[in-house]
Design a protein around this ligand. Structure first.
Ligand code: HEM
Ligand code: HEM
Length: 178
């Protein structure tokens, strides 16, 4: 049986990855805002260690997700959207992918400049992205904080988009991801 365009669901794996990332990003902001201020000499322990671990997990899962997305056909945009909104929606998704790869890389670069060892899932050692003490690392740490705010704004837009589908257009876009 063929389904009307815009009513197909994302694959189970795509849905699993989407909601795993949502949970990790929520946890990551909660940790980032609760962890102690990071200064010269701060040790990467406790909540700071959690921030590094969750962040590298987000990076790894986003890479898997992007590759999956590039090689699998996912449902076409809902037919209820005008060409303009379709473009806004696609652009928002691409920006979300880009931010969720760039943001962890910036954090990793800053952590490297502090001489902190970075691992994936606590076991696989990752190489430093720059030398300990590199001045650029300090700047990239500031950029990391700013880009995190940009990510929050874009996530806000994305959630508004989902609410628009659910409450105004009343199509089945949100159900595609459930
Ligand atoms: C999507 C993933 C990430 C998000 C949403 C995120 C978010 C944040 C936020 C909001 C802050 C600012 C905390 C504050 O000052 O109030 C921060 C700081 C920091 N993050 Fe992340 N982060 C992510 C990934 C990472 C990764 C992967 C690493 C390292 C491997 C990392 C390392 C750091 C470090 C070292 C700081 C302190 C920067 C400084 O003050 O110089 N972050 N992060
Ligand atoms: C951390 C928060 C979130 C991030 C980073 C995020 C990221 C993304 C990305 C990158 C896509 C594009 C998937 C693709 O086509 O490859 C997407 C799709 C989608 N997201 Fe989210 N999302 C978040 C939160 C939410 C929330 C809270 C909802 C629901 C209320 C939601 C509902 C959806 C829906 C319905 C789609 C599919 C849209 C369509 O069918 O075209 N997302 N999300």
């Amino acid at each position: 049986m063929t389904m009307a365009i815009g009513t197909e669901r994302y694959s189970g794996f795509a849905r699993l990855l989407h909601w795993t990332i949502v949970a990790l990003v929520v946890a990551q902001f909660a940790v980032a805002w609760s962890m102690p201020d990071i200064h010269r000499g701060t040790e990467p322990v406790g909540l700071v260690a959690w921030h590094l671990s969750i962040g590298t997990a987000i990076l790894a899962i986003m890479v898997v997700r992007a590759v999956w997305r590039l090689v699998h056909r996912e449902p076409p945009p809902p037919s209820s959207l005008s060409p303009l909104l379709r473009m806004v929606s696609r652009t928002t998704h691409v920006i979300l992918y880009a931010l969720l790869v760039a943001l962890p890389l910036l954090g990793w670069a800053n952590a490297s400049s502090r001489g902190w060892p970075i691992t994936l899932f606590g076991v696989i050692p990752l190489p430093p992205l720059m030398a300990t003490g590199a001045r650029l690392g300090h700047t990239l740490g500031d950029v990391h904080g700013t880009v995190a705010i940009v990510l929050l704004v874009v996530i806000g837009l994305h959630v508004l988009g989902a609410a628009y589908h659910l409450l105004v257009v009343r199509d089945r876009t949100v159900q595609r991801m459930l």
